[in-house]
Design a protein around this ligand. Structure first.
Ligand SMILES: [Zn+2]
Length: 401
């Protein structure tokens, strides 16, 4: 009998132990589902200084944002500035694709105000918040019942230098399916930038521009038209050097970045956005850190149009539309410097509308301050400034031919 009782006790004990073990397994697997592990989150291939957990992007407007005044300014852009476009001493494009560019016409006059005057105006200007954009439905776009308009405006908090563009950064996926951000690099440039501005104005859409500092000193009045049309202006270095190239010191690279910022500020005559794009999308880690410390957001791209290689307008169009179709959305990289893009952009915007895409406009939460040391370096690059800020077209007139 004792043996039987002992056997029953042993059997019961083993069964109880198995039951507890099973329950423990259930709890551990439950807790595994409820608490994602650290390893489950994919680290960004190019880390930035800002913590990945906080979102720097806020939607500030979900209606179409159209500024009739700015649009009117932009619409007038191709007519007024082009004939009077400046011809500062043979502007040398800072990018290799320049070989394909039409050479700036040898105009007798120059509309470039003396850099000192521009600089003084800039220094005097208090840092202004981003201009308010009057909201209106896209169908109110003057002269274009089929305008794209802006479906949503987002405000980006650049604190800590967040990175955007899935080609290099994976932190902030703020676009919904069908949404497109238009970005244009390497301007401002004669003929091409005004053509891009006119096409954008025709569709009442807003874009983000990443101008080259040197080009901004050649054509400041064109960059001011970009600003007046309500587009967002970042920067893209002083002379478009690859900051990752061998032999470039971190200090020289910082000078390239900061002189680019200063030149854009001086040309626009007001604060611009703390948005930066590295030339050739090369991101040296020390400079990613530096931009983080300067609270400047870094923009790579989701879709590279490769317009600087393709050149032909119909093929640029196909390149962008095919990639958008594949990705469904994205930050698109184009160049207002490229003639092919200037030719293609009108049809591209028509096609975006036809295919149901929606344009998102990015703007910065706070403006970027340039550094006076680099402002002075840019000013020194200019020659013999005078007090007069009048354009040459007003100073010198042809009275007999
Ligand atoms: Zn570029």
């Amino acid at each position: 009998m004792r043996v039987v009782i002992a056997c029953v006790i042993v059997i019961l004990s083993v069964a109880a132990a198995l039951g507890i073990a099973q329950n423990q397994n259930v709890f551990s697997s439950l807790s595994g589902r409820q608490e994602p592990t650290v390893a489950a989150s994919t680290p960004a291939p190019t880390p930035t200084v800002r913590a990945a957990s906080s979102s720097p992007v806020q939607t500030v407007s979900t209606v179409s944002a159209v500024n009739p005044v700015a649009s009117a300014n932009a619409a007038a852009a191709p007519e007024s500035p082009t004939p009077a476009s400046p011809n500062p001493p043979a502007p040398q494009p800072a990018v290799p694709a320049a070989a394909a560019m039409p050479a700036p016409a040898a105009a007798p006059g120059s509309a470039v105000p003396p850099p000192q005057a521009v600089a003084q105006a800039t220094m005097a200007a208090a840092p202004a918040p981003a201009p308010a954009i009057a909201a209106a439905p896209a169908h109110t776009c003057p002269g274009n019942p089929n305008a794209l308009g802006v479906s949503r405006t987002v405000e980006i908090d650049t604190t800590g230098g967040p990175g955007f563009g899935f080609e290099h950064f994976k932190q902030h996926d703020f676009l919904k399916p069908g949404e497109v951000v238009l970005t244009f690099d390497d301007g401002p440039w004669i003929h091409n930038t005004p053509l891009v501005l006119a096409a954008l104005a025709h569709h009442c859409v807003k874009a983000t521009f990443f101008p080259i500092g040197k080009h901004a000193t050649y054509y400041p009045e064109i960059l001011r038209q970009v600003a007046a049309a309500g587009h967002t202006i970042g920067s893209h270095t002083w002379s478009h050097q690859n900051l990752n190239k061998k032999g470039m010191s971190v200090e020289d690279a910082k000078t390239e970045i900061e002189m680019g910022i200063s030149a854009v500020h001086l040309a626009v005559g007001a604060s611009t956005a703390p948005f930066f794009r590295f030339p050739a999308l090369q991101h040296p880690p020390e400079l990613v850190t530096y931009l983080g410390e300067r609270n400047i957001a870094i923009f790579s791209t989701d879709l590279d149009s490769f317009d600087f290689k393709i050149r032909k307008p119909d093929q640029i169009l196909k390149s962008v539309l095919d990639k958008l179709k594949k990705n469904g959305k994205g930050i698109v990289l184009m160049h207002d410097f490229q003639h092919g893009t200037a030719e293609a952009i009108g049809t591209l915007l028509d096609q975006l509308k036809l295919n149901g895409y929606q344009v998102v406009h990015m703007r910065a939460k706070a403006p970027l301050q340039s550094l006076s040391k680099y402002d002075e370096m840019v000013i020194k690059e200019q020659k013999l400034p005078t007090v007069s800020g009048r354009p040459t077209a007003d100073v010198v007139k042809t009275v007999e031919q």
